[in-house]
Design a protein around this ligand. Structure first.
Ligand code: SF4
Ligand code: SF4
Length: 272
């Protein structure tokens, strides 16, 4: 068990996250995280990531720029499973707390963990938004440093236990804790790339970024082939297909959108 100078254990935080409902959890040290692939390259590739689902345009903030809170020393990354037979975990429903059922679960784990840290451990935490341009960070990089899995050829996190069928949330801490550490896991190496082949927009079919140009080997889609702009075309089609549905247990109606998850669902990793 690794303790920091106040005797705080990252292992205990992970244990508590799991107890509060996360399916996976880990710790990433902020100084390490600042050097991670997405944080290194995001500003340089901002012209390719602007607009659409997952990005926002905010006046005065450069696209792809990560604004780290000065007091942040480490990050706790928590995950909840989105099982293949529960697609509704991911459906966006306007009027539903958290936007999706999966996010509502993440919020519940987050608030129990925050309460425990503050009241039992006297540890200050920092809540950050989801979007980078609003003050978020690249959660998949935090998950890699936190030992949850690796970034797959589908450009999202792949975990040994659940494949990519998880969602992440990050809480920053004002405590310096070491990263749980990268795990020895790479299911993509010899895979037939089901994730890439299934994409309706062919978002992985073209080389957009090179190691020479961007000064690092780890690039979007691992090899520099992932096009967020093409993926966004699909998200826009999904949004246009949205419809009014009943919001469970409220008697109210809300607008529901079912975004594409094909590159996540096609991955065979973690299926029993
Ligand atoms: S389908 Fe294969 S290549 Fe794609 S993320 Fe899964 S393991 Fe990696
Ligand atoms: S979410 Fe859908 S459109 Fe986007 S990259 Fe994956 S398979 Fe392609």
């Amino acid at each position: 068990m690794t303790l920091n100078d106040k005797g705080l254990s990252g292992d205990l935080i992970i244990e508590k996250s799991l107890e509060f409902g996360a399916c996976l959890a880990g710790i990433a040290n902020v100084e390490e995280l600042k050097q991670s692939p997405s944080h290194n390259v995001s500003e340089k590739i901002s012209m390719y990531i602007g607009g659409g689902v997952g990005t926002k345009t905010v006046e005065g903030v450069k696209l792809g720029e990560v604004k780290w809170p000065a007091a942040a020393k480490s990050a706790v990354v928590i995950a909840v499973e989105h099982p293949a037979d529960a697609p509704d975990m991911d459906w966006w429903l306007k009027g539903l707390k958290g936007g999706t059922k999966g996010n509502a679960r993440l919020m519940a784990v987050f608030s129990k963990l925050a309460e425990w840290l503050e009241q039992e451990e006297k540890i200050k935490y920092i809540k950050i938004p989801y979007h980078i341009e609003h003050g978020g960070i690249f959660m998949k990089d935090a998950a890699v440093s936190g030992g949850l899995g690796c970034v797959g050829k589908n450009n999202i996190l792949v975990t040994p236990q659940y494949g990519s069928r998880i969602r992440l949330r990050v809480m920053l801490l004002e405590e310096d804790l070491p990263s749980t550490g990268v795990i020895d896991f790479d299911p993509c190496e010899d895979c037939k790339e089901y994730c890439r082949k299934v994409c309706p927009e062919k978002a992985f079919d073209e080389k957009l970024y090179s190691a020479e140009e961007y000064g690092q080997e780890e690039l979007p889609g691992r090899t520099g082939v992932y096009s967020r702009m093409k993926c966004n075309l699909q998200m826009e089609k999904n949004a246009a297909d949205g419809k009014e549905v009943e919001i469970e247990d409220t008697g109210k109606k809300g607008h529901e959108v079912r975004h594409c998850r094909l590159c996540e669902q096609a991955c065979p990793v973690g299926r029993s």
